[in-house]
Design a protein around this ligand. Structure first.
Ligand code: FEO
Ligand code: CA
Ligand code: CA
Ligand code: CA
Length: 538
């Protein structure tokens, strides 16, 4: 049971008062009384939900949700079904009223217990069928949805319903073949993403090493497979070179045509956030979600294509974007045999060029009004950074093409903020920042993290009295993480992924979650549509 002191701290924090302001209940009463005589303390527009401990998707008062689609739902007559662990979402309207459209859904991972029935212990033997089951659970889904009487429905067997998964052949857009090939088998580890100004999806391959392992290169550039098997060990069954993964993949939502964009570099791509430059070229911001890795910016050579362009890494100490171009940066030219090699080994190039090593850069979003770039750094426990933060990067002259910037902390994660490990970001049309967090299985509910409850969804004003203060709007079911926040075009609904409920289950007879079905059902990662309350704005 929570203590009264905790309840009070939580209440004060959610009202926007710091814990330090609360000397005792009397202090709060005096503050409240004072507020009635003098200018009232502004209360933010949404009443926050408490950090959750139950197996439910709990929402702030006035918010409602419904499940749109869950893992395993058959999507078409070709025998394809909705994948596992849904993440990034993007909505492409197909009518003028925006009441129907194609939803792109990333599927980041496949929990073996549910997908192939294998143990998720590293080194567990898999046969061909086991791997194919897991391959078919990742990648992405394109599904038709529509809104009827205020309810979003999945439209079964629609012509747009298709899967791009871990078995789909995908061309590699590159100067030369990679590991002797021009086509990769499948896409995997699809975490966050973005939408280009020309209406295609960018889906990002993050923890590819968990599926197919990794390669290293010695001083002479000789390639070596890391001997230890990956978590899922697909490489023990199929010939899947790690160099074919860790890319940003561009997908055309109406046709499903896909290509791997090598010009944007290869690393644990969290997301890719496009932004139009004044001259029509496309700029893409990207984070490499690993401990002590970097933030990148890509500037396309031409409007309407990301196949060619210049990649930069952020040096936050100097406030500069440093070019990783093989042609322009002599150090890079010395290190690698050609431009493709420099892209395959982006991390090595970035470190050599002085890229700043940050605390797991996750999602990045551009403020719709100010143009400031918000960057989630999730945490870095190895260096004592337990809770992470959100940075605000302002390009010089607010020009996306600028090579200089200013950087500051917008929000410091922690117990006082009530938010730890920020991950996905989304702006609404008013410029409120919506944040989901990803506390790891190891810390969630443990020690000092206990007061933070389950993972959640938060709204953070970016201007006014409450700028930089998170207010919790949703709390996830047991073991789950909320991901992929995506607003409907009218801003009335938020599509959201509920990823990995029951992830810590040790067996099908020892499930930690039964969400969303309840009873004794299997937990199922699902996409929900959250209806926002109609409330007066301040
Ligand atoms: Fe897949 Fe970095 O979260
Ligand atoms: Ca993420
Ligand atoms: Ca985002
Ligand atoms: Ca994460």
């Amino acid at each position: 049971m929570k203590s009264f002191a905790f309840e009070r701290r939580w209440f004060l924090r959610q009202l926007g008062w710091g814990v330090a302001a609360a000397g005792g209940m009397g202090t709060w009463l005096r503050l409240a009384a004072a507020a009635s005589d003098s200018p009232p303390v502004p209360v933010y527009r949404y009443t926050p939900v408490k950090p959750g401990t139950l197996d439910e998707l709990a929402l702030s008062p006035g918010f409602e949700f419904q499940v749109v689609i869950s893992w395993g739902t058959k999507i078409n007559n070709d025998g394809e079904s909705f994948g596992f662990n849904n993440d990034f979402l993007a909505f492409f309207p197909t009518n003028a009223e925006n009441t129907e459209g194609i939803l792109w859904v990333n599927h980041e991972s496949a929990h073996p217990l549910f997908v192939s029935g294998k143990s998720h212990k590293k080194g567990t033997a898999r046969n061909r069928d086991d791997v194919i089951k897991e391959q078919k659970a990742v990648g992405g889904s394109l599904i038709k949805i529509n809104c009827v009487d205020g309810k979003w429905n999945f439209v079964a067997n629609d012509k747009f319903n298709r899967r791009i998964d871990g078995t789909t052949p995908i061309p590699i857009a590159s100067d030369r073949p990679i590991f002797g090939r021009t086509t990769a088998i499948g896409t995997l580890g699809n975490c966050a993403g973005g939408v280009t100004p020309w209406g295609t999806v960018l889906t990002c391959e993050e923890n590819y090493h968990d599926f197919v392992g990794e390669v290293t290169f010695d001083k002479k550039g000789q390639r070596q497979r890391v001997a230890q098997l990956s978590k899922l060990g697909w490489e023990s069954v199929f010939d899947l070179p790690p160099e074919h993964y860790g890319w940003v993949v561009e997908v055309e939502p109406k046709t499903g045509l896909a290509k791997k964009l090598t010009a944007l570099g290869r690393f644990a791509h969290e997301g890719a956030t496009p932004r139009l430059a004044p001259d029509g070229r496309c700029v893409v911001y990207m984070g490499d979600d690993a401990h002590d890795e970097c933030v990148y910016k890509f500037i396309s050579h031409q409007a309407g294509s990301l196949e060619r362009g210049e990649l930069f890494v952020a040096n936050v100490e100097k406030g500069r974007w440093v070019s990783l171009s093989y042609q322009k940066n002599p150090e890079i030219k010395k290190m690698f045999k050609d431009a493709t090699e420099a892209l395959i080994r982006t991390r090595e190039a970035a470190h050599a060029a002085g890229g700043s090593r940050l605390a797991r850069p996750e999602d990045i979003e551009v403020h719709p009004q100010t143009g400031a770039v918000y960057i989630a750094l999730t945490n870095n426990p190895k260096s004592g950074d337990l809770h992470g933060r959100i940075l605000k990067l302002e390009e010089k002259d607010n020009n996306p093409l600028s090579l200089e910037f200013k950087i500051s902390t917008f929000l410091e994660g922690g117990l006082a903020a009530g938010l730890s490990a920020p991950d996905n970001l989304a702006f609404d049309s008013e410029g409120q920042l919506w944040v989901t967090n990803d506390m790891s299985d190891q810390v969630q509910g443990q020690g000092e993290f206990k007061v933070l409850g389950h993972n959640g969804l938060f709204v953070v004003p970016t201007a006014g009295d409450f700028a930089g203060r998170p207010f919790q709007i949703a709390s996830a079911p047991v073991d789950a993480e909320l991901t992929g926040p995506c607003f409907s075009p009218d801003g009335k609904y938020l599509f959201l992924s509920v990823q990995h409920p029951g992830a810590r289950s040790s067996g099908l007879d020892q499930l930690t979650s039964h969400w969303p079905g309840g009873g004794q059902t299997l937990p199922r990662p699902s996409v929900v549509a959250i209806k926002l309350p109609t409330v007066p704005t301040k």
